[in-house]
Design a protein around this ligand. Sequence first.
Ligand code: TXE
Length: 503
Amino acid sequence: MLDRTAKLKTYQTYIDGRWIDATSGKTFETCDPYTGQPWALIPECDKVDVDQAVDAASRAFERGPWPKMTPSARGKIMRRIAQLIEQHAEHLGQVEVRDNGKLISEMVAQTKYMPEWFYYYGGLADKIQGTVVAVDRPNHFNYILREPVGVCAFITPWNSPLMLTTWKLAPALAAGCTVVIKPSEYTSASLLEFVKLVIAESGLPPGVVNVVTGYGALVGEPLVTHPRVAKVAFTGGSTTGARVNELAAKTFKKVSLELGGKSPNIVFDDCIVDDAVSGAVSGIFAATGQTCIAGSRLLLQETIHDRFVEKLVDMAKTAKLGDPALAETQVGPVTTPPQYQKILSYIDIAKSEGAKCVLGGGAAPQEEGGGQYFVKPTIFTGVTNKMRIAQEEVFGPVLSVIKFKDEDEAIEIANDIAYGLGAGVWTQSLKRAHTMAGRIKAGTVWINTYRAVSFLMPFGGYKASGLGRENGVEAIDGYLQSKSVWINNGPGGGNPFIMKTAS
Ligand code: TXE
């Protein structure tokens, strides 16, 4: 149970292994989305702090022990990080709930799962291997080294702050990189607690992990444009992602982007209906719909449409709204005031476009505790794929139901969208399941399940949903670069004025 009576907590930020205030001395309030009241003060960093943090990360990379340490020794420290997270998972989950208003059951499940990333990538650290190449020249010994890219900047959002940081941090550390993390201005507290309880106690050398808290334009932009940052890993909205990509391109940084989605959750009439209803609910109402993988377009085969909508409304209308810190709550508040306004405005847009509201359709102010950022679980039927409510990311508990006739039409609708992050398919036909998995343009396809993630499975988007992949073996490639080494063991010579080719 959260203690909501304690007075405002003051946090410092973490640069070069030291806890410090922002150089400006400024702070900003972070709010509990359930009460709408501030509960902590966060340092308001700016470019000066960004420069210090990048200097620290740069020193740690160029001169510190971290990249030079044997990968096995790095792996041991990462396993220590995993153990420390295990010890503090409950507490970290509670801080997340306080700061972002998502359900305690979901947040603690996430923090308890986070150690797996550090065990997995800690184990992978000493399996990063170069290659010897039998090159097409006599007397040559050639090999490829795989080296860490350098200083990495992470920019993270407010919906799952620690989990989404973990997806970046674990592979980056395994590769031997050093990092500067900018959390969302709405949810910085859990990262600072994580650094205090886990990172600072793990034996990581100073400067390997640094944090700069503050606003996107004042902290995010100086970080993305800093000449000594080699890679930017961003999770957030597509508009900001495009801006980050553009800025980073000016200094030729590597970039990975995990952006928004408008994922189709496709239900065929040969599905197990109860499973699919539960999958549709989990796709859009879990986490108050504030997930990039939300199944916000429910595509229903016309032969099952009416019966399915009836069952879906029956289940969704029982959802218990309330305090996210209570185990029985099923739908919590929206995390930020602008997000709350955005969701309500999309409900209005859907109504004005002619969609039929069959559940919810507006704000749901809570009486107890003053929580004002609640939106009723909302379902619109009669949506066509051209409507804005079908094309644009709402990031809230608002579902658009679209009818389709057959597989071909389902694919046409599913792929007729700028995004391509996830998709669900509900069918008992094996052939149909594989066919759909092959034809849908999205980074993840779930068949008869939804919203499952693992450290073992690559995660990322097609099209406007992003660049690069997090998780799985390939995520580490984003933090490494290849160096080709040529050794001539034979005589020199040849024409010095022409390139040395095989012929
Ligand atoms: O995200 P932003 P916002 C989507 C969702 C939501 C919309 C806007 O649709 O309604 O994005 O949310 C930092 N340079 N997602 O405004 O702006 C910012 O400080 C560098 C999807 O909260 O993308 C924060 O740390 N950084 C999503 C981070 O970017 C900048 C999760 C994300 O904020 C910056 C969240 C700048 N110019 C929202 N401006 C997902 N993929 O899960 C902001 N930031």
